[in-house]
Design a protein around this ligand. Structure first.
Ligand code: TYD
Length: 206
């Protein structure tokens, strides 16, 4: 079978990763490639239902352990229903967040749970991306952009700047621990300049 490629975009809230995921997907689509743009939490009907439980409501709604299980339940459904079928037919799957978000966000909330996150990932997900772009930028600027969107999905932004600083550091550490898979992208630049870098690293000319 002609296995496709899984490309993920990661970074703190408001870093611009959703825009970059969309630009890459549109550019591949315009070249006639089979591309699926998807997101987490969500990306399949069941996972989108779980998403609402996670992104709405007060910050203390779930314990850290429950949250890891909910994110993982959503991811498992997303993998079964959307990602695997697309990869199996040879498509390129571009996901706006994936397992690295759980490693970093839930690890930032409770560093002692990082081992549990890795164990659950190995037991029920067991899939890592072929390529990951981590968009890095100043926390204050990213937070401002995220809150400006007024989407009603602000549970994580409401955890404040020091939490988002830990998230930023977590993503930077992840990039240096996985240099073959992860590319740290400077997000404090013009959107088209960032898109050109991403396209080149992914192996497609813009
Ligand atoms: P997302 O939809 O990417 O929000 P935005 O478009 O505002 O960046 O993700 C929603 C929130 O869920 C975001 O604050 C990050 C958080 N999150 C986790 O904490 N763990 C996870 O595993 C995932 C996928 C997301």
């Amino acid at each position: 079978m002609n296995a496709g490629r899984l490309i993920t975009f990661e970074g703190m809230d408001g870093c611009g990763k959703s825009t970059q995921a969309r630009i890459l997907a549109e550019s591949l689509d315009s070249k006639g490639l089979d591309v699926v743009l998807t997101r987490e939490p969500g990306g399949s009907p069941g996972a989108e239902e779980i998403r609402r439980l996670l992104v709405e409501g007060p910050p203390e709604r779930w314990s850290a352990e429950t949250e890891i299980l909910l994110f993982t339940a959503a991811r498992r459904d997303h993998l079964e229903r959307t990602i695997r079928p697309a990869l199996d037919r040879g498509a390129t799957v571009i996901s706006d967040r994936f397992a690295d978000s759980t490693r970093v966000y839930q690890g930032a909330a409770r560093p002692d749970l990082r081992t549990l996150v890795d164990q659950i990932h190995d037991a029920v997900i067991g899939k890592d991306p072929d390529l990951t772009f981590i968009i890095d930028m100043e926390t204050a600027e990213a937070l401002k952009r995220g809150l400006d969107r007024n989407s009603g999905e602000h549970r994580y932004e409401e955890m404040g700047q020091s939490f988002q600083d830990r998230v930023r550091q977590g993503f930077r550490a992840l990039a240096s621990d996985n240099p073959n898979r992860c590319h740290l992208i400077d997000g404090n630049r013009d959107v088209n300049a960032i898109a050109r870098d991403i396209s080149r690293i992914a192996g497609w000319n813009p």
